[in-house]
Design a protein around this ligand. Structure first.
Ligand code: 3EB
Length: 342
């Protein structure tokens, strides 16, 4: 297929929104659909490279799937075992690898990342803007090593081999522990999805937080390879800010044991990051989407209320139950902010 987009000035190469999962299947018939993220135990085989099923339990009846929509038709395929969809400007990639042993997560992660990078190179999108990382039992220890730390070591290995500029080209990210409804289903394993572009974005760090790639070794012998956010200029008129999973961490230390206190600190981190990113963006960045991951058994209602207090009622929210990568953390929030010239 020839990709010759009729580009509209002032329009991004894709829009993201939360919507009803009930509409999900029929949306796959639309060749403008770049990606569809659903939150449910994944089916055994990948049926469409754009359909990404993540084994997290949703808390909300209405907004419970994420749609990435392209203004023009997309192409789909599989390369290096990585499913993809692209529209000439933006590439969606996903990869799920089965896990046969809990202590093999580190080499599995390195392999997964190498395959993601190889696929993106083959397709001509060499700049990763955002990567989502999901796998079960994130806080469980195997042979004395917490699985999250094993994951970080595998990612570190692959990222160091890939990136020339190791501290200024890191994608935004999140890493969450999945919670399959059926533990004997095919829902286990490492599941990555990502967003890549032909030209780089701008890495943004949070002045309230030590950069994750500089965390001291008490959090793992290889630090987490991600940036706090990536600011992408899709044109002079359109900016996206991909905000990494953000938690109640100041400096490099987790703060508060109380849920609402952790939420308050997290919101302060997000506000600070937005103000900081706005200094690099020629247009004001408005927060549009938030995805809130909280530990099982947490009630979303008071969280929603507090978030509306902070960011107003216009922000769309999607709540998921997940395990967070530090045992003491109860909540983590990622987001998308957009700047568009009027
Ligand atoms: C933190 O700030 C909380 O390992 O990819 C947030 C975002 C976190 C991404 C990752 C981890 C990751 O360290 C945890």
């Amino acid at each position: 297929m020839k990709l010759s987009p009729l580009k509209t000035a002032g329009a991004p190469p894709f829009n993201t929104r939360y919507g009803e999962d009930a509409q999900a299947r029929e949306r796959l018939d639309d060749d403008h659909l770049l990606a569809l993220i659903r939150f449910r135990d994944p089916s055994a085989a990948m049926t469409d490279p754009r359909l990404c099923e993540v084994a997290l339990q949703q808390l909300d009846e209405t907004a419970n799937a994420e749609f990435w929509i392209s203004p023009w038709p997309v192409r789909t395929g599989v390369t290096h075992g990585v499913g993809y969809a692209d529209n000439g400007d933006v590439l969606f990639l996903q990869l799920r690898l089965d896990e046969y042993a809990g202590d093999a997560l580190q080499p599995l992660t390195a392999i997964a990342y190498r395959r993601l990078f190889a696929a993106a190179h083959t397709l001509g999108y060499t700049h990763f803007l955002r990567i989502w990382n999901y796998f079960p039992d994130i806080n469980q220890e195997w042979a004395g090593l917490e699985r999250y730390r094993g994951f970080c070591a595998g990612r570190h290995q692959a990222v160091m081999a890939e990136l020339a500029e190791r501290e200024t080209q890191l994608p935004a990210a999140c890493a969450l522990g999945t919670l399959p409804a059926d533990p004997f289903s095919s829902a286990g394993g490492l599941h990555l999805y990502a967003l890549a572009a032909r030209e780089p974005g701008l890495q943004i760090e949070n002045p309230r937080q030590v950069s994750a790639f500089h965390y001291p070794h008490q959090y793992g012998y290889r630090s987490p390879s991600f940036s706090r956010a990536v600011l992408k200029a899709w044109s002079e008129h359109v900016y996206h800010l991909y905000i990494s999973g953000t938690a109640s961490i100041v400096g490099h230390t987790s703060q508060h044991t109380d849920l609402m206190a952790q939420l308050g600190e997290t919101l302060l981190n997000l506000e600070t990051l937005l103000i900081h990113a706005n200094r690099s963006a020629p247009l004001p960045l408005r927060l549009e989407l938030l995805k809130i991951y909280c530990r099982p058994d947490i009630d979303p209602a008071p969280l929603r209320e507090r978030i509306i207090q902070a960011f107003g009622p216009a922000v769309s929210m999607l709540f998921l139950h997940a395990d967070i990568c530090r045992r003491e953390l109860l909540i983590e929030i990622e987001g998308l902010a957009v700047g568009i010239a009027q």
